[in-house]
Design a binder for this molecule. Sequence first.
Ligand code: UD1
Ligand code: CA
Length: 446
Amino acid sequence: MAVSQVILAAGQGSRMESDLPKVLHQLAGVPLLLHAMRAGAALDPARVVVVVGHGGERVARVVEAEDPRAEIAHQTEQQGTAHAVAQARAALEGQSGDVVVLYGDTPFIRPETLAAIQEARAAHDIVVLGFDAADPGRYGRLICAGDTLERIVEFKDATEAERAITLCNSGVICADRAVLFDLIAEVGNANAAGEYYLTDIVELGRARGLSAGVVRCAEAETLGINTRAELARAEAAFQARSRADALENGVTLVAPDTVIFAQDTYLGRDCVVEPYVVFGPGVTVETGATIRAFSHLEGAHVSRGAVVGPYARLRPGAELAEDVRIGNFVEVKSAQIDEGAKVNHLSYVGDAHIGAGANVGAGSVTCNYDGVFKHHTEIGAGAFIGSSTMLVAPVRGGAGAVTGSGSVITSDVPDGALALGRARQQTKPGLGKRLMDRLRAAKAKG
Ligand code: UD1
Ligand code: CA
């Protein structure tokens, strides 16, 4: 059955003390909001609507980049969670099936939990995700009678007896679209906060004879972020889990606590990751590759058997084929490096294609940027680029081409050719000594 998602991201998040909307703060290398979107995406939703408020245009751009099919609904005044969901009504008009409501500031809900909620809809008209809180604090409380959820009471409105209940509302709720919006239309704001509470739909639904039930999850999944301290704790929790998962999945982490993962880092079995490696978003490392110490990778793909680092930087679009070697102080950006090629020392390779088995000598640079445009460099298979070659793009070196050390290459080098692009050396016998003697004498005179 089709399911749509409404993600609430209009809250002010004022306790972040920030000009940046709360849901755009980074967790695990990506904006907070994308965690909820990606967990939701695992259910293959028919429609996704993100409700934005404060900083809405910036949030909308992030949403669009993540999922161009997602729709944006604006909530100009934050009048409560029911009011926020109501802003998605028009975008979902006529859509059949269920709606799941998620929060943009709650990043750890697992796709499996969302699947369990969907399944529980077979038994109940309204399904709420709840958890047993160690310290229930200000969460809404779930008032149940046996397996039935009777209503949800917000902390502010709860009696002492209700506040003693530890079963809390995560905020995730699921119901048929038409039923959800019908109930929301009935929600009022006569409560302690003067807000339209989404949680009121449970009691309103029960009054109509609908059934409501609870799916439980671990408290850690429902962790919401309101402050920078909570964000830092969430980051630590994420990293701890990622390290444990990597070890479990057959990755060697020499010093696990020093390796930083992103939300979508993928490391194949038998990869070795040395200390102090940072994975930014969009990195996949295949089986048996080694990432040596102090390397920084983002938007890169490393194939089997490749070795990267120590002190290497792979930027977006770095595509390394099998058994490639990228050594110390080498930066690679938007470049395909074919099988077995080596770029071992102090080089920049950007907007380039390096053929199989080619060797790029120490200190070589693809001069890809003319100040306005980026240009491409093509190096053929088996080419040998001498140390400190400046490849002024656009330029092409053929298969097996060789460049002399220190060359500035401005025109194409045919297959198998040798190109020398540097001043010819002049050697003056004795002149070195005479020059130094004169300088030292001048210094002695003062
Ligand atoms: C809400 C629940 C509470 C639950 C708790 C879990 C209600 C009335 N209460 O309370 O039962 O235990 O979450 O964290 O639903 N938002 C908007 N627009 C608004 C108001 C909120 O988009 O007008 C968004 C926020 O950005 C946030 C989410 O909805 O992502 C929850 O809002 P928040 O104000 O944090 O709700 P709580 O009071 O914590
Ligand atoms: Ca909250």
